[in-house]
Design a binder for this molecule. Structure first.
Ligand code: FES
Ligand code: FES
Length: 167
């Protein structure tokens, strides 16, 4: 990290691509992701750590990008929703499962839920419905009542099991 006045230069790997960014010291990671990198699939709802819409994966773990300074991500690997699908456009099993299960309605919350799910299934490939509920409890959805999202996670578990996917 290089500091110059009230800006600094950080290095981050975003969706597999390492890049250097010069940002103001006070800028939030969510704003840099959306405005500087153009990755607008990271949504902003509450902007104070409550709704989970801004969730990204930071070194494989869910993180609320609205609560982090961009400077705190220096040297990290970031995955946003844009990084889940294959380069040929094939959806990640979690995306495919949510699509097949009609998991979302407006989908404002979707990227946060799906990235949280990816981290959950990496840690526990066959979670109980109770564990799924617990792990997703920090993500809010104003449309669905959550049942279809939980169903979608269970569909993802079955899909990954069937495909033997390690993604
Ligand atoms: Fe970050 Fe709501 S926008 S938690
Ligand atoms: Fe609309 Fe979740 S589907 S907020």
């Amino acid at each position: 990290m290089t500091l110059a006045g009230d800006t600094l230069t950080i290095s981050v790997t975003v969706n597999g691509e390492t890049t250097e960014l010069t940002v103001e010291t006070r800028r939030m990671l969510s704003d840099v992701i959306r405005d500087d990198l153009g990755l607008t699939g990271t949504h902003l709802g509450c902007e104070h750590g409550v709704c989970g819409a801004c969730t990204i994966l930071l070194d494989g773990r869910p993180a609320r990008s609205c609560l982090m300074l961009a400077a705190q991500a220096d040297g990290s690997e970031i995955t946003t929703i844009e990084g889940l699908a294959s380069t040929d456009g094939t959806m990640h099993p979690v995306q495919q499962a949510m699509h097949d299960s009609h998991g979302f309605q407006c989908a404002f919350c979707a990227s946060g839920f799906m990235l949280t799910t990816v981290a959950l299934l990496a840690a526990e490939p066959k979670p109980s419905r109770e564990r799924i509920r617990r792990e997703l409890s920090g993500n809010l959805c104003r449309c669905t009542g959550y049942q279809s999202i939980i169903d979608g996670v269970e569909t993802a578990v079955a899909l990954i099991d069937t495909e033997g996917s390690d993604r």
